[in-house]
Design a binder for this molecule. Structure first.
Ligand code: GLT
Ligand code: MN
Ligand code: MN
Length: 388
């Protein structure tokens, strides 16, 4: 059997909006006919995915009647049961409708803010009904083109008030649900508040229930800002806040590309997969990406299969890297510790401080050391290029 065949235990998921993207962009009309949520579930089952995520309105159109909503839910549930596809995550569309053109939770109009809360509570109910355990908040419209419109402190306070309200709602309902906040620096707004995963991590600690709230970092969103995605993920993980992850690819400094996982920066993607596997990240691997606009639905399947296959290939490469004797020897050398500094460091004591202040370091000798990172990186590249 092909060793790169996706299996349920890999927890590969896709949003309805990812494989369901019809290829609309700001300059061009759709290039693919829309598929129904049921058809998309069958497409995901065909390519071997484990899960499907949705915004409330990916599943139920915003103007559906209660009877229409019930019928859609019935059909969707049947498709999930027939295919075994799970719903690990759900979210709210707080960006598509004109009501949100100046934000949802941060809008200057209290009626818009209240409507955003109402819509989110209903969407949380919907997600929980289908078994979602993680609820994502991506505030695509929570931002500005001109800061004349609002004091940014007010925006942060409104965001906090909304998150606190919704955490209480989840507790009140007795739902087993965590929130994951997804940052993006810009697009569709000129600037979006809480622009990076780091901003989100700091914001979470100011909430009434920080334990319920983590992050959903997205590769493209940190790369757009020219940042190192792995470092954001590592900080989230170390803080116990990596509740979900959006995998894709993106050239820095460009429009929001949402490319197939690993299609742009193989080395960064490799270190990301290696990190997730090394630490044992237990959550879904969600591909928040879409096929090139050039593709038909066969191309969409190629795209989805490619995301999962690249992940599994890089997982294998990570195991190879970890087992490589030359790499391990270099790492051992790089991290060598003769223990001579232990009496001077670690937890502070006044004795350590005064001893350390008096210690005679050979600064020139330490500065002459070569770290062998060229060799280490070349070995990494050779593994990735398949010659090792
Ligand atoms: C939207 C956005 C994504 C978010 C989704 C969740 S929707 O496509 O580009 O990054 O994760 O709201
Ligand atoms: Mn995303
Ligand atoms: Mn994106």
């Amino acid at each position: 059997m092909d060793p790169y065949t996706p299996k349920p235990e890999h927890k590969f998921s896709f949003g309805l909006w990812t494989v369901g993207s019809v290829g609309r962009d700001p300059f061009g009309a759709p290039v693919r006919d829309p598929l129904s949520p049921v058809e998309l579930v069958y497409l995901l089952a065909e390519v071997g995915a484990y899960g499907v995520n949705f915004h409330d309105n990916d599943l139920i159109p915003i103007d559906a009647t209660p009877a229409e909503a019930e019928a859609i839910k019935r059909e969707f549930r049947k498709a999930l049961e027939a295919t075994g596809i799970q719903v690990p995550m759900a979210t709210t569309n707080l960006f598509g409708d004109p009501i949100f053109k100046d934000g949802a939770f941060t809008s200057n109009d209290p009626k818009v803010r209240a409507y955003a809360l109402q819509k989110t509570m209903r969407a949380i109910d919907l997600g929980v009904e289908f078994g979602a355990k993680v609820y994502v908040f991506w505030g695509g419209r929570e931002g500005t083109e001109t800061d004349a419109c609002r004091d940014p402190v007010t925006a942060i306070q409104r965001m906090r008030e909304a998150m606190n309200f919704l955490c209480e709602y989840v507790l009140d309902q007795g739902y087993d649900l965590k929130f994951a906040l997804e940052a993006k620096p810009n697009e569709p707004r000129g600037d979006i508040y809480l622009a990076t995963t780091g901003h989100m991590l700091a914001f979470i600690e100011t909430l009434d229930h920080p334990e319920m709230v983590g992050v959903n970092p997205e590769v493209a969103h940190e790369h757009m800002a020219g940042l190192n995605f792995l470092h954001a993920v590592a900080q989230a993980w170390e803080a116990g806040k990596l509740f979900h992850i959006d995998l894709n690819d993106q050239y820095p400094g460009r429009y929001d590309q949402d490319f197939r996982f690993g299609s742009r920066d193989i080395k960064a993607t490799f270190f990301l997969v290696k990190f997730l596997e090394d630490v044992g990240y237990p959550g879904p691997r969600h591909f928040d990406a879409h096929a090139y606009r050039t593709e038909d639905y066969e191309g969409v399947k190629d795209f989805a299969r490619g995301c999962m296959r690249t992940y599994l290939i890089l997982k294998e490469k990570a195991a190879q890297w970890n087992a490589d004797p030359e790499i391990q020897a270099l790492l051992a050398e790089i991290n060598a510790d003769d223990g001579s500094m232990a009496p001077y460091m670690g937890s502070y004591t006044p004795q350590k401080a005064s001893a350390l202040k008096a210690f005679p370091f050979d600064r020139q000798a330490l500065g002459r050391r070569g770290w062998k990172y060229e060799r280490l990186d070349q070995l990494t590249v050779e593994i990735l290029l398949g010659v090792r």
